[in-house]
Design a protein around this ligand. Structure first.
Ligand code: C5P
Length: 217
């Protein structure tokens, strides 16, 4: 039977992960958060005391084990899902993920994981690079103010201290870096459906995506 792939891309704080998780749950598909993998690589590089400015220092990825289990990312047997959300990781991950050597290894792993399963994958280059043949591609956007507010609320819930102003600045910097990098920059695939979620609730976006997928069933 042919498997179904749903790609959800967009900038930081556009609601991708919450929405992707909900879609995966309702169709009983596997949810894969690809940003988590770049964050985990950044965490491991930090622990190894590597120089982030050296693109050749990431050979360790080859011998690193990544597994997704019930929405959690397990790296080398350790559940790193919470640790990778910290600010030090957020502020370094874009540099790490901009290196071609890092992307090649990471994208290969992501493609292997998505093989032969029904999957909802979110990230920045899923529709344009990782799952180019995905049957469904969505690109979620929202104003930077809305995205900063959402991140602020999320951080509060996770007990992470931040101010709205700092978050907005950090999000703007990350978007700028991600969308202007040389390799697989953040952009909508030409065949993606673009949804501006600024004035929409999570439920509304989930409904639109589910309707689109069901239309073809
Ligand atoms: O999705 P999240 O905000 O956790 O992603 C963290 C960072 O990982 C992004 O800002 C981007 O630099 C990188 N990323 C990427 N390609 C993906 C997913 C994330 O380059 N598919």
């Amino acid at each position: 039977m042919k498997t179904v792939q749903i790609a959800i891309d967009g900038p930081a704080g556009a609601g991708k992960s919450t929405i992707a998780k909900r879609i995966a749950e309702s169709f009983n598909y596997v949810y894969i958060d690809t940003g988590a993998m770049y964050r985990a690589i950044t965490l491991k590089a930090m622990r190894l005391n590597l120089d982030f400015d050296d693109p050749d220092g990431f050979g360790f990825i080859d011998s690193t084990d990544f597994a997704y289990h019930e929405g959690k990312l397990i790296m080398d047997g350790e559940d790193v899902s919470d640790r990778i959300r910290s600010r030090d990781i957020s502020n370094n991950v874009s540099l790490v993920s901009s290196y071609l050597s890092v992307r090649k290894k990471t994208v290969k792993r992501q493609q292997e994981i998505a093989q032969n399963i029904n999957v909802v994958m979110d990230g920045r280059d899923i529709g344009t690079n990782v799952l180019v043949n995905a049957q469904y591609k969505f690109f979620l956007t929202a104003s930077v103010q809305t995205r900063a507010r959402r991140r602020y609320k999320e951080n509060l819930e996770r007990g992470i201290m931040s101010t709205l102003e700092d978050l907005q600045r950090e999000i703007e910097m990350r978007d700028q870096f991600d969308s202007t990098r040389e390799h697989s920059p953040l952009k909508a695939a030409s065949d993606a459906i673009v949804i501006d979620t600024s004035n929409m609730s999570i439920d509304e976006v989930v409904t639109i995506i589910k309707r689109k997928v069901r239309e073809d069933e």
